[in-house]
Design a binder for this molecule. Sequence first.
Ligand SMILES: Cc1cc2nc3c(=O)[nH]c(=O)nc-3n(C[C@H](O)[C@H](O)[C@H](O)COP(=O)(O)OP(=O)(O)OC[C@H]3O[C@@H](n4cnc5c(N)ncnc54)[C@H](O)[C@@H]3O)c2cc1C
Length: 461
Amino acid sequence: MKFNSLDETHIKKLQAMVARDCFTAGPSVLDLHARDQSRHPPHRPEAVIWPTSPAEVAEVLKYANANLIPVTGWGSGSSLEGNPIPIKGGIVLDFSRMNHILDIRSEDFQADVEPGVVYQDLNEKLKYTGLFFPPDPGARATIGGMIANNASGTRTIYYGSTKDYALRLSVVLANGEIIDMGTRASKTSSGYDLIRLFVGSEGTLGLVVRATVRLVGLPAEFSAAIATFPTIEAAGKVVFQVMRGGLNPAALELLGPECIELMNREEGLALNVSPTIFMEFHGSTASQLAEVLEMAKEICSTEGCDKFEPGLGRTERDRIFKARHDLGEMIIRNNPHSRIMVMDVAVPITAYSELIRAINEEMAGTNLASYYISHAGNGNVHLNILGKKGDRRQWDLIERIVERLVARSLELGGTATGEHGIGLGKRKYMIAEHGAGLEWMKHVKSLFDPNGILNPGKIFP
Ligand SMILES: Cc1cc2nc3c(=O)[nH]c(=O)nc-3n(C[C@H](O)[C@H](O)[C@H](O)COP(=O)(O)OP(=O)(O)OC[C@H]3O[C@@H](n4cnc5c(N)ncnc54)[C@H](O)[C@@H]3O)c2cc1C
């Protein structure tokens, strides 16, 4: 598709659609909207607009569609695969000013929000209601961006990902039409499930302007433990046993010793520098959780656990999980001369040990530094591999390693991306993962966005 650049006439027309301070073509703001948190090269949009209402979004899209101007939605820009990078230029619609929590219906366990609401701010507001919104990607992500990427996080193993929390959406389509989808009822069998189609579509089918999200009660009791192991393989076997044993963890995270060393240094923790599992259980009584923890300890001991530390209090637990959430940024900060390849494969839990074996085999003898970070209960691994900036040979090697690991994950019944989305980096795996299904995805895209103006260049190879 050939798109048009913004000329003076376009700029004047677009400026007239929003308040004076809601449009800019200033270079510094364009630069801020040229890159996400990934290794992908930046690309500037031609203008940034901060809409303040669904009607403004609709007017901009209608105009952009008629004039073949690309439009890319923007939440916080915290994506890890180039998802919001406007690689074809055009307009970025930054939703940060549509950040109002419109209604909290605590007795229905629901909240209505604008897309720019940051999920931590929603949870802060919910604190006094005894409810929370569980998906937790760690970065300061917006609900709109989380819906678009189907984000998840450390608690997904128990609570599910964003797709399980989107009940009702208002979406502006490429032609400017506003449609509502879903229901506020807790179940429905009515027609095609458009919500599931839009969640994870990375802003390529329409832009979310309102969302009703499901909330859940804060757990009455929780317990958390740290277990360390001589090897990642041993820890991986424990992950499988905990899941197979039906212990139902609320978090089951596995980190390599290099991550623990970094967390100790940066956050003043004093953890054993070994492969480590953080586990957490939620329940209604302390005695029930004590039993579960005892079972977890027993499982750990069968794999040569060096140290099992149960009974972490809330403060210690929060400190550790904060450090866990900050790991991505710590890695970037501590390796200023490297770019980082963040792998995001996920496999069925029965194949988790095999995935670890494949990773070890690939990395052995390469001299590449890497950090092993895993939402292990979901069989999801983020191997962060460091490559020197500008070292083409090293990057070719890294690309080949990741390609082979993605291929192995697909053979094992898994996916190229457990949570970060396709964006730019995972497009090349779409044929292998979806086969003929990819053609039907293209049909869906052309139905909703025949001119291809929404976030062009993403998802499809
Ligand atoms: C340190 C760090 C840790 C992370 N950990 C995790 C993790 O554990 N789990 C996880 O899932 N992710 C993780 N992420 C990735 C990221 O936080 C998530 O993908 C998040 O959902 C992105 O939200 P955002 O608001 O930043 O969206 P953006 O990055 O701004 O945009 C994401 C996508 O949504 C589109 N978009 C934005 N707003 C809208 C809208 N209103 N309507 C339609 N489309 C829209 C954009 O065009 C883009 O395609 C991490 C990122 C960082 C930096």
